[in-house]
Design a binder for this molecule. Sequence first.
Ligand SMILES: [Zn+2]
Length: 201
Amino acid sequence: MMATTHALWGMMLALPVLAVAPEFAPIAFVAGLVGGATPDLDLYTGHRKTLHFPVYATVATIPALAAALVAPSPVTVALAVGLAGAALHAIADVFGGGLELRPWEGRSDRAVYSHYHGRWIRPRRLVRYDGAPEDLLLAVYAGIPVIVIADGFVGAVALSLVVVSGGYAVVRKPLAGVAERLVRLLPTALLPYVPTRYRGT
Ligand SMILES: [Zn+2]
């Protein structure tokens, strides 16, 4: 799934905070966005393994949520929403495509690495690839309530993420070929630093 979809779903997790404790809403939206998007920072170093924790992040969310409910503060609320966003991200990736440049071809059996199980979880492909129409639909689904309910700035950020998602969805398939061609132009010495799926192997 697109990083922007994950970011928007993270922001959507902050909506209950806006409803029950609006004073913590700004930090909750930031935490949701950061928590939702951060796992994909591992794109260049063990993508969907280094920062993706489908089991551990989910387990860690439970005490964090309890702490936020018992002792609400900017720190506990941010931690709870951020962890929930990161957990949702890792779990959602299981339902996406595999770890390959053209996930719509369905060749990879790797969706997300589970550190708890010590193995890769296979992709369920309900969202066939990042930037697929169904991925964009998920981004819009999470974006609309945030845009409508949240205040001006947060709503504007969410709207921007939806727009970027739409743009990415349009260019996603041609982009795969462009990326491969660009990588072919790189000096051999740089290839080890390029993610495997771009090397055409
Ligand atoms: Zn991811």
